[in-house]
Design a binder for this molecule. Structure first.
Ligand code: UDP
Length: 136
């Protein structure tokens, strides 16, 4: 069954020149791109995107980071796209959880600066796609 997921190449991924690498891995997996935009996000959108983390100790720093430079937002489509991209991304902590061969495992060192975001459930994907691409 085909589904859609919201992917972000976070500002650290953009500044490190890893946009092409991430898109290449998505395409080589067999997933397709339904939308793609380079954008610098405002605080309100960032806070809505990460609403589930509001109140946690890292929330303020996370919002600062996500709004701190251009990022690339994508809608990625394909069979089991949500899990498939989470597999490509690797675990949240690039050293302790993400394994080599994943985006975070290959390129990341710090939990905050872990390069990419991918929706974690069909409900999140629907909410996040509406937030980032209301006209899609
Ligand atoms: N994050 C952080 N410190 C933490 C946990 C998470 O800075 O202790 C950041 C990190 O960038 C992560 C994001 O917050 O990707 C969202 O966290 P979540 O647990 O939803 O992880 P993800 O779904 O991105 O793997």
């Amino acid at each position: 069954m085909s589904e859609r997921t919201l992917v972000l190449v976070k500002p650290d991924g953009v500044s490190r020149g890893l946009v092409g690498e991430v898109i290449s891995r998505i395409e080589r997996k067999g997933l397709t791109l339904a939308a793609l935009e380079l954008r610098t996000v405002d605080r309100a959108t960032a806070e809505q995107h990460y609403a589930e983390h509001d109140g946690k100790p890292f929330f303020g720093d996370l919002v600062e980071f996500i709004t701190g430079g251009p990022l690339v937002a994508l809608v990625v489509e394909g069979t089991r796209a949500i899990s498939a991209f989470r597999q490509l991304a690797g675990g949240t902590d690039p050293v302790e959880k993400a394994t080599p061969g994943t985006i975070r495992g290959d390129f990341g060192l710090e939990v905050q600066f872990n390069l990419v975001h991918g929706s974690d459930s069909p409900e999140s994907a629907e909410r996040e796609i509406k937030l980032w691409f209301p006209n899609l």
